[in-house]
Ligand binder design. Structure first.
Ligand SMILES: *Cc1c(COP(=O)(O)O)cnc(C)c1O
Length: 418
């Protein structure tokens, strides 16, 4: 599953001891394994080899430039959702013809930037957005390639905050609305529909909701073709689930084998947008125990990473395995809540964990923090954001400097001078 394994009681990332990285870079610290990233990318690539898809890595899962460059070197495209993510893609020289742009709130400025860059297509999420893109493209004397994002109204059976393909969600268009929009593009001369897009949610552990959605979309594609629309691309989105604890997600192979029979007859170029699947298991957040408060029922290990560094437990009640970086000998385990220093009761990394008797100074690894971790970090409580390190074998590279207090304060300090 990943390259974070214990050797003689000490946690390593590939061939690098975690404790050594902490000595150099301090805590809280995000550490990623190059090999885990590449092996997950290759799992998807190989599983779908027969369909030769365009794999557009979903930048929002982990947008560190060094990680984007690593994936770009493998030939991935990008799934972007903002001008900022476009800039990241440009910074690491991803061909813009391999970028697809989703998101419900694209602004005029963002649409201009994406058209200027020459992205492959917009994944359009509403009728007013289609009209705006048409208007902007007209002004720029060009034609924007688009796919319409369909909300197929299926239940992906995942957390309600990360389900996106039900009719009550803000994403995409119902099939009848999308059909109407396709027809209206006969009048909107500056957008050219070239495909359909779906993305039904995240951390989806079974192929069933995908199959349901693809069947609905296949019927729609057939109808569109009867009306002479040229549907070149089928974008299946992302959402593949990973193991955080006891999940038994489909493997990439099982997923590919399940969906391929439905995709093949569509005769479309397939686009995939994996995010979490590629980077989720490839990162840990390392934190140091500051204090241990022992209570009657349980202990609280107060650590130096909080919800501002990793918000998934607070935001989604997400489970991340937590283990000591150096195994402790003997003794019983203690029921422990691992909590951060932030002044919020929702600030925890793990609850009711059976951990050894911890002491201040112990290091803990919060596992599978590679996706939706650092990208969601904030400065809440005026805390500078963590550093990030990428390990390859016995080598490690700092890929984001730890933020310093001066950087946090600068935009406001400047205003005091007025
Ligand atoms: C977030 C997102 C993805 C990636 O989702 P994962 O669950 O990380 O695979 C793919 N496509 C779109 C449109 C997204 O918004």
């Amino acid at each position: 599953m990943d390259d974070f394994l214990k050797r003689k009681g000490e946690l390593y990332c590939e061939d690098m001891p975690i404790s050594k990285l902490v000595k150099i870079h301090g805590t809280p610290l995000y550490i990623y394994s190059r090999n885990t990233i590449l092996s997950h990318y290759n799992k998807i690539k190989n599983a779908f080899a027969e369909l030769n898809p365009l794999i557009c890595y979903s930048v929002k899962a982990n947008s560190n430039l060094t990680i984007l460059r690593l994936l770009a070197e493998q030939g991935t495209g990008l799934d972007i959702v903002s001008q900022g993510e476009l800039e990241r893609g440009l910074a690491v020289k991803v061909p813009t013809r391999c970028m697809v742009y989703a998101g419900v709130g694209k602004t005029e400025k963002e649409i201009i930037a994406a058209l200027r860059a020459g992205i492959l297509m917009f994944n359009v999420e509403s009728e007013p957005e289609a009209r705006l893109i048409n208007r902007v493209a007209q002004k720029m004397k060009t034609c924007a390639q688009v796919a319409f994002r369909i909300n197929p109204d299926v239940d992906a059976k995942t957390h309600k905050y990360i389900t996106t393909g039900k009719k009550e969600n803000k994403f995409g268009l119902t099939i009848p609305l999308a059909m109407d929009l396709f027809r209206s593009t006969r009048r909107l001369k500056h957008i050219k529909p070239i495909g359909v897009h779906m993305h039904i949610g995240s951390q989806i552990t079974s192929a069933t909701p995908y199959l349901q959605a693809i069947r609905r979309m296949s019927k729609m594609i057939a109808e569109l073709r009867r009306e002479d629309f040229d549907i070149e691309y089928f974008n299946l989105g992302g959402g593949l689930g990973i193991i955080y604890n006891e999940e038994r997600p489909q493997t990439a192979n099982e997923f590919a084998q399940a969906v391929a029979p439905l995709i093949r007859p569509l005769k479309c170029k397939l686009i995939l947008e994996p995010g979490r699947f590629i980077v989720g298991n490839a990162g840990i957040l390392v934190t140091e125990v500051q204090y241990v408060k022992r209570g009657h029922l349980k202990s609280f290990a107060i650590v130096d990473a909080g919800m501002n560094d990793l918000i998934r437990p607070s935001l989604y009640g997400a489970f991340h395995q937590i283990l000591p970086v150096i195994s402790k000998r003997g003794g019983k385990t203690v029921l422990t809540d691992v909590v951060g220093p932030i002044c919020e009761s929702g600030d925890f990394l793990g609850k009711d964990r059976h951990l050894p008797n911890l002491e201040s100074g112990d290091l803990l690894a919060v596992r599978s923090a590679g996706a939706y971790g650092m990208v969601m970090a904030s400065n809440y409580n005026s805390r500078p954001r963590p550093a990030e390190v990428l390990v390859a074998g016995s080598k490690a590279k700092l890929i984001r400097k730890r933020e310093i207090m001066a950087e946090v304060l600068a935009p406001e300090l400047a205003m005091l001078k007025n």
